[in-house]
Design a protein around this ligand. Structure first.
Ligand code: BG6
Length: 513
């Protein structure tokens, strides 16, 4: 049942008339970084905005035995440091803190799950959480299977009469096609697919959701959104940060697993999908999975032609010296893990046949910037090109995902004066100035959606598999021709020269960001 709440004036005009049923959120990996940086601050902000039900509790589950009071103190410190609204407001915190509890246990210990079940039953009585549960797997991925199996063995996967039990699984969802299939099997042994929420936090970003609104709530762009009018698409996720102390993890992943398989392919699906029949989870995901299935496989022979890897060496980002990737803590001395990747791909379907999509992502680049740039075809006959000074540039639509959230459209205009000189100009929309309301964090939206049984912004099993099927071929191609070093780029530069060559071979250029 979905109730209506009185609109919070802060959020007036936004669609927030949904209130989840009472529930308890259990976070596995409660002592980890994600919990204090993202998950608990997100729950705190939901509380602040009046979006949590009256019956609500959180249970942190991790190995180290600590009292509830210590757990609460750690979470408060996390909110004060990382929440988008900070520091915590005393009245909101006072209402929120008593709902936070802690349950120590080893992930493989059946007794710990009995203890957890008893805690949850107690909280049903204490906080009125009504038997509804959201299990959040925020541990290192090697613990996912054992946690899932133990939840099943303890019967914690069973929904209460008329209620629900959901499980959110953090990334990475597998590390290749085979392990993703295994993980799907493991989780589906315990939970039904409609209980499973594979999270990709990019789908919770406001600007990413706005892609759907932009495409399907405006009549003027969709008729042009195809091979007849679009020359090519560039997707960029540039990061200024390096591996941020996560060298051990990153060295086993690389940008292909860390960013491309999940976040970037998800962005691609939203750019390229057909209009869904409705906005419900299955209608949207049916269309997204079709995009992933239309990805032209990159053969081992093609991999070195269409995929460029890079690795950063020592340099400077934002005025700060950055060590080379191989010198980062946790990274193997001779590592050939890519910290940058650029690739060209095609979608073999009627809408996109022949339109190249160029994707690039990297760490230790000059600045943080995520954008989708749609370059339209040139006019059929140019009347105004009179030398370089007056060159007519093709129309360009740029969807800025972050950090300068907005949309801009480039078109050609006449320069004032007696001569017919032209110049590109931009029509700009900026979220900040247009709405003046702070956007919720991705995790707020996604956790709320999970409590509301809204699946559209989560990855379905077939979607995860289709994405991995594409990536797996690239991994297989690399495995066939092992290398001892990757093309280098100095930290603070825009990737290796080979990435430019990829575009130049097609007579195109990466956008300057
Ligand atoms: C995570 C990656 O999924 O996304 C990180 O593991 C990356 O390496 C992060 O930095 C980027 O997210 P955002 O929201 O800062 O763009």
């Amino acid at each position: 049942m979905v109730a209506t709440v009185t609109a919070n004036p802060l959020r007036e005009g936004l669609q927030v008339e949904r209130m989840p049923e009472p529930n308890a959120v259990v976070i596995f990996g409660a002592s980890g970084d994600l919990t204090k940086r993202k998950l608990v601050p997100a729950l705190y902000n939901l509380e602040l905005e009046g979006l949590l039900p009256n019956g609500f509790a959180v249970v942190g589950f991790a190995r180290r035995p600590i009292p509830d009071a210590d757990f609460r103190a750690q979470m408060l410190a996390g909110i004060n440091q990382f929440s988008r609204t900070r520091p915590a407001q005393p009245d909101v915190w006072d209402a929120f803190a008593p709902k936070l509890h802690y349950c120590p246990g080893n992930f493989d210990d059946p007794a710990a799950y009995q203890q957890l079940a008893a805690t949850l039953n107690r909280l049903d009585a204490q906080h009125g959480t009504a038997g509804n549960r959201l299990f959040y797997l925020a541990t290192a991925p090697e613990y996912f299977p054992v946690i899932l199996q133990q939840l099943g063995a303890a019967g914690l996967n069973n929904s209460p009469a008329g209620g629900w039990v959901h499980v959110i699984i953090e990334k990475p969802f597998g590390r290749d096609l085979a392990t993703a299939r295994d993980l799907n099997r493991t989780v589906q042994d315990v939970f039904r697919e409609d209980q499973i929420y594979r999270i990709d936090h990019y789908l919770g970003k406001e600007t990413v959701q706005n892609l759907l609104v932009f495409r399907f709530a405006n009549g003027i762009f969709e008729p042009l959104w195809n091979r007849n009018y679009i020359d090519h698409v560039q997707l960029t996720v540039a990061e200024a940060v390096g591996v941020e102390g996560r060298g051990g993890y990153y060295d086993t992943a690389g940008v292909i697993r860390d960013m491309i398989q999940n976040h970037m392919l998800q962005l691609l699906t939203l750019v390229a999908m057909e209009p869904p029949a409705a906005l419900d989870g299955n209608a949207v995901r049916d269309e997204k999975v079709k995009v992933l299935r239309a990805l032209r496989p990159i053969t081992p022979q093609d991999v070195n032609r269409t995929v460029v890897r890079g690795q950063y060496t020592a340099g400077t980002v934002g005025g700060q010296p950055v060590p080379g990737y191989r010198q980062e803590k946790g990274v193997a001395a001779g590592s050939v893990t890519e910290t940058y990747l650029a690739l060209k791909l095609y979608l073999d379907n009627w809408r996109w046949a022949g339109v190249p999509f160029y994707l690039r992502s990297g760490k230790s680049l000059p600045k943080r910037s995520t954008e989708i740039a749609i370059q339209f075809k040139q006019v059929p006959l140019s009347l105004f090109d009179r030398g370089a000074a007056t060159a007519v540039e093709p129309n360009l639509l740029v969807l800025n995902i972050q950090p300068d959230e907005g949309i801009s459209l480039r078109f050609t205009s006449k320069l004032p004066g007696a001569t017919m000189q032209v110049r590109p100009v931009n029509m700009d929309f900026r979220y900040g100035t247009s709405f003046g309301v702070p956007a919720p964090e991705a995790y707020e939206r996604l956790i709320l959606d999970c409590m509301l049984s809204e699946t559209a912004l989560f990855t379905r099993d077939d979607e995860a598999i289709a994405a991995w099927a594409f990536i797996n071929r690239i991994l297989a191609g690399w495995a066939q021709t092992p290398v001892t070093a990757l093309p280098a780029y100095a930290a603070g530069t825009w990737g290796p020269p080979e990435a430019n060559a990829l575009m130049e071979a097609d007579g195109r250029r990466w956008r300057r960001l």
